[in-house]
Design a protein around this ligand. Structure first.
Ligand code: SF4
Ligand code: SF4
Length: 225
């Protein structure tokens, strides 16, 4: 279980600034339980976006966006609506946003921050994909998390040790996370994001679990009411 919160609407609208139309993708797993990306929240988001002048080409809420194969399959009936949109807004944890970004050949925007539970981690196919940092930066990195994809969790680009796209640490096993980010942004024609990203890109204080979920001895298993 990963818990999430919706990003402020101004931040989401900032991400969508250059887009006239958007497809909404929610998650019927943890995001539904967190009240951040279930059917009701997706309907509310559609209303807010339309009030802000955006065209919503369609929406769906899939079971467990963190499973990439399921995302690909689940989006097949909506291919036309996704194709008609300038971008896709994903209302889920960081793992789901990354699974969607890896499955859709157009810009994917994060609508949520994944909050820390103080130890558990979001995983995908056996590898860590989200450190629950509470201040998701996937908007600026092509939907690939630099905290988990880069061995050093660098936020400001490649360290200089990569060779042929491989990380200087375990080059036989690991791709360089920042090489993957660069290639993803290049493919999407969005390399300008590497220049536009805010200098103060993250609030590390948000990696602490929120107080309200650690007020019982079993806090790490609790979900906020
Ligand atoms: S930036 Fe990475 S660690 Fe932070 S919420 Fe997004 S996916 Fe998770
Ligand atoms: S080589 Fe790439 S993935 Fe490895 S530490 Fe440097 S920037 Fe990070």
């Amino acid at each position: 279980m990963l818990i999430s919160e919706q990003k402020p609407m101004e931040e989401i609208l900032g991400y969508l600034n250059g887009d006239r139309s958007v497809f909404l993708l929610g998650c019927d797993g943890c995001a539904q339980a967190s009240h951040t990306g279930g059917p009701e929240e997706v309907r509310e988001m559609q209303g807010r976006l339309e009030a802000a002048g955006k065209t919503v080409t369609g929406s769906t809420v899939l079971d467990f966006l963190c499973e990439r194969a399921q995302v690909k399959l689940g989006l097949v009936p909506f291919a036309g609506q996704v194709a008609a949109a300038d971008s896709v807004l994903v209302m889920s944890c960081g793992v789901g946003i990354q699974a969607a970004a890896a499955s859709i050949d157009k810009p994917v925007h994060p609508a949520c921050n994944t909050l820390s539970l103080g130890g558990s981690r979001g995983e995908w196919q056996g590898s860590e994909r989200c450190m629950e940092c509470g201040d998701c930066v996937l908007e600026w990195t092509g939907g690939i998390c630099p905290l988990t994809a880069c061995t050093k969790s660098l936020l400001n680009g490649q360290c200089g040790g990569a060779k042929n796209g491989k990380c200087e640490f375990q080059p036989d096993l690991r791709d360089c996370g920042w090489h993957l980010i660069y290639e993803r942004l290049r493919k999407l024609n969005r390399l300008q994001l590497l220049r536009d990203a805010p200098i103060n890109i993250k609030q590390y204080s948000r990696m602490q679990p929120p107080k309200e979920i650690r007020n019982t001895p079993r806090w790490s298993l609790d979900v906020r009411a």
